[in-house]
Design a protein. Structure first.
Length: 285
């Protein structure tokens, strides 16, 4: 009490703001705008359980803007393998925006995302573009991209998110309306330790499902552990899917990816949906 009175007296004598006034001024000066960035190195890049880098390492990073109203915008980037469906491109650039709010233990997230692959050229897949194998299926030429709207909700440690394509899914003709459902859970043990789990289900709209080689629908799951060390997050997880990608000669499967496009004799292939251990180190700043 004496220290408080002394501080008030000194402030009055020298015309300085009182502690209460200083706190009020700081609160008034607090900006409603928040900017952040992120960077990480990963043993490979998995998108919805499917390898995007031919099971090789990935460097990823992005920037985010958030407003106190809940509005946000962001950009995220990663290297990719053209054999994952992005002929002539080795870069993914995502641009997204939406509105997010929380009420106690509950949260809501509404937004949209655009996936772009600079320099990609669908005409290099087989020299004829990306074609839907359904009878009379159209062909896509030009760059590869994808547009989605999403709706997410959360309660305490659980979250559920639905993504819906508003155009041809990654430029595959006739696949507008493809969707992905993601259920995730996290738990913080304290002292920087945490665990996380995930279940996902993907449905490709209007794609031929007559044979295993063209059946693109699948489920994926993940279980992981994280450790925060002075802001650097070390993570290890196991991911797996039931996606068809055996790469057998008789029935290679939809998710048997080559290391480059167009695929030809002698080109290396891998099952992009097979189970794997994933390691990473990342930081948000």
């Amino acid at each position: 009490m004496q220290k408080t009175l002394m501080a008030l007296s000194l402030a009055a004598c020298f015309g300085l703001p009182t502690p209460v006034e200083a706190q009020s001024a700081a609160a008034a000066a607090a900006s409603p705008h928040t900017f952040s960035g992120n960077f990480g190195v990963f043993s490979e890049y998995r998108f919805r359980g499917i390898s995007q880098t031919f099971k090789k390492p990935a460097i990823q990073g992005g920037v985010d803007y958030a407003h106190a109203s809940g509005i946000y915008l962001g950009n995220w980037n990663s290297n990719v393998s053209e054999g994952a469906g992005y002929p002539s491109s080795n870069l993914e650039m995502d641009f997204y925006g939406g509105w997010k709010r929380t009420w106690g233990d509950w949260g809501l997230d509404l937004g949209g995302i655009y996936y772009d692959y600079p320099g990609s050229d669908a005409n290099r897949t087989l020299g004829t573009g990306i074609t839907n194998p359904r009878p009379g299926g159209a062909t896509h030429f030009g760059s590869v991209n994808n547009k989605e709207l999403y709706l997410g909700g959360s309660w305490k440690f659980l979250s559920l998110k639905y993504n819906h394509s508003t155009g041809d899914y990654f430029s595959q003709p006739g696949t507008k309306g493809s969707h992905y459902l993601d259920l995730a859970a996290t738990h913080d043990f304290g002292n920087g330790w945490g665990i996380n789990g995930h279940l996902g289900s993907f449905k490709l709209k209007n794609w031929s499902v007559g044979t295993d080689a063209t059946n693109a629908n699948y489920s994926d799951w993940k279980l992981g552990v994280t450790k925060d060390i002075s802001g650097w997050v070390l993570a290890a997880s196991y991911l797996a899917t039931n996606a068809r990608g055996s790469c057998s000669v008789t029935n290679p499967g939809y998710y048997c990816f080559a290391n480059k496009l167009p695929a030809s004799a002698g080109v290396a292939t891998k099952d992009a949906g097979s189970g794997t251990l994933l390691f990473s180190v990342s930081k948000t700043f």
